[in-house]
Design a protein around this ligand. Structure first.
Ligand code: HEM
Length: 513
């Protein structure tokens, strides 16, 4: 109790009562039957900043205020919170881009020795970004189109009209990353790696009270002890370790193959890994990334880029199935553009994608910890339990702050009175956002986060979604089954979950003649 409990400076900030000392509000936040059930009600009651209890009486600040979010996302005073840091370590290892802190800088940080780490993140990110610029992503269009037509073929060949689209989209998005980034066809990725990736998704779908408690305890362990515990031979840890090892081995094999190809005088620039290795005729890296650094990014790119895009697409298709008029309008727009398929110039298609990202940010809460005492500005005053109004919040080093992405994206003050409705039309007259703060790399949304760790692959994801949606909607119509029981739950990321507790989203898929 003494270890876990520390006096906070945020105690006077209002928030819901905690139903339990052990779990605080975490069960309501993380295990509600439908994501947001409690969170959105709390936002309505307490405003854009409120206080919640974590396990064992620890307090966290839930923030959806735009000025505060802008500060937190971009400030060097915050880093990934310990639970997230542990997950990142387990899934991706210490050398991956996301593990390298990106926000430390010399003039603000007392940790001068960390300067090189900040530089490391910046230069690694700049190197990897070569494969994610607008021009590079345009070059992947044919890969997306090939994967989309493979997907439609599978749907045509399905023996049943009601199809769970989750595994099909997971495989399709994995295959595009395999080809664009690694230069590997789905067959080359290896059955074991594909199965392990799918296994990780299943594990992630098993959020439970036990997991919440385990996270609360392990987040307080010193890093060395957590890393030692991560070697325990439990089935879950074994699967995660195997997935990370297989991804590294795959990356390493590709690096060796590229070097050998360069020695044989062959062109190795056809995919991102080849470009980044930048080998000369002797197979030695010239000014590209070192082979082991590149191989260490394989797990991150495979996992971060696959399920995120697949889940956004699944949830978007469910909305189309729910809204037949929108589906018909979108199909007409696609038909009218069938010749050119200039995806960026199709207003409804892009409005639909933005609205899907707004309503269903697959990472709806992203936790940070304050690295030092700091003051968070607010765009609107909040009233403390003492009746005092404040326009900034002082927080102490070690305070957990939740970037409440989903709540921000439903703020009525920024998105309008119908912020909780799925309404793509809000984007048709320009930006749907009415605030002054520039947040996130795309459409003022935080679905791809913002700041130094914003999503590297956001253009990749948007282009892939444009192409998949066009191909699917012009070939099929989608409807929800009558007995639709799917709920959107938070299981590390947002996920459609069926009544049996498994990930899944069955839709009635009918070919269009
Ligand atoms: C709809 C699809 C996607 C969503 C919603 C999404 C969301 C995010 C978010 C929220 C983060 C920040 C995580 C954090 O630091 O707490 C992130 C980081 C990242 N994403 Fe994505 N992502 C998507 C697709 C992709 C794709 C397709 C790729 C690659 C092919 C990708 C690669 C990455 C990488 C490498 C990072 C780490 C960046 C860094 O730490 O500097 N993502 N993404």
């Amino acid at each position: 109790y003494v270890v876990f409990r520390r006096p906070g400076t945020i105690r006077k900030i209002q928030g819901p009562p905690s139903p339990s000392w052990i779990f605080g509000n975490t069960l309501q936040l993380l295990l509600s039957a439908q994501y947001g059930e409690h969170e959105f009600a709390w936002q309505k009651l307490y405003g854009a900043v409120y206080r919640l209890k974590n396990c064992f009486g620890e307090e966290r600040l839930m923030v959806s205020d735009p000025a505060a979010l802008h500060y937190i996302v971009n400030s060097s005073h915050f880093e990934h919170a310990p639970t997230l840091e542990n997950l990142i370590y387990l899934l991706y290892g210490l050398k991956s881009l996301v593990s390298v802190p990106g926000t430390f800088c010399a003039h603000e940080s007392p940790y001068t020795q960390s300067l090189s780490i900040a530089e490391e993140h910046k230069s690694l990110r700049a190197a990897l970004n070569v494969g994610f610029t607008a021009a590079a992503v345009r070059g992947y269009q044919s890969i997306f189109e090939k994967a989309a037509s493979r997907l439609t073929e599978e749907l045509h060949n399905s023996s049943s009209a009601t199809i769970d689209i989750c595994p099909l989209l997971s495989f399709a998005t994995l295959s595009t990353i395999g080809e664009a980034v690694l230069g590997q066809s789905p067959e080359d990725l290896g059955e074991e790696l594909i199965q392990n990736n799918l296994e990780i998704v299943k594990l992630a779908a098993s959020q439970s009270r036990r997991q919440i408690l385990a996270d609360a305890v392990t987040s307080r362990l010193p890093a060395w002890l957590f890393r030692a515990a991560a070697r325990l031979p439990t089935p879950t840890l074994k699967t995660i370790r195997a997935a990370k090892r297989l991804a590294y081995e795959l990356g390493d094999r590709i690096v060796q193959e590229k070097r050998a190809a360069a020695r044989d005088g062959l062109d190795t620039d056809g995919d991102l890994f080849g470009v980044l290795l930048n080998t000369d005729a002797s197979g030695t890296t010239k000014n590209g990334l070192a082979g082991d650094v590149l191989a260490a990014q394989t797990a991150l790119i495979l996992i971060a880029g696959q399920e995120t895009t697949a889940t956004t697409l699944v949830l978007a298709l469910r909305e189309l199935a729910r809204l037949p008029a929108l589906q018909a309008d979108l199909r007409s727009e696609i038909a009218a553009n069938a010749e050119s398929l200039a995806y960026d110039s199709m207003p409804l298609l892009n409005a639909f994608i933005k609205e899907s990202l707004r309503m269903f940010p697959v990472v709806p809460i992203d936790d940070r910890i304050a690295r030092q005492d700091t003051v968070i500005p607010l765009s609107e005053k909040i009233t403390l339990s003492t009746g005092e109004d404040i326009s900034e919040i002082f927080i102490e080093k070690g305070q957990i702050v939740s970037i409440a992405i989903a709540s921000f994206q439903r703020l009525k003050s920024r998105w309008g009175k119908d912020a909780h409705e799925f309404n793509p039309n809000r984007w048709l007259q320009g930006s749907a956002y009415s605030g002054g703060e520039a947040l996130g790399p795309y459409a003022n949304l935080l679905s791809f986060l913002g700041g130094p760790h914003n999503c590297l692959g956001w253009r990749f994801a948007i282009s892939e979604m444009q192409i998949f949606i066009c191909e699917l909607v012009r070939r099929f119509s989608f409807a929800l089954p009558e007995d639709d029981t799917v709920r959107i739950r938070l299981v590390n990321t947002l996920m459609p979950v069926m009544s049996n507790g498994q990930k899944g989203a069955p839709l009635i898929v009918s070919p269009i003649s």
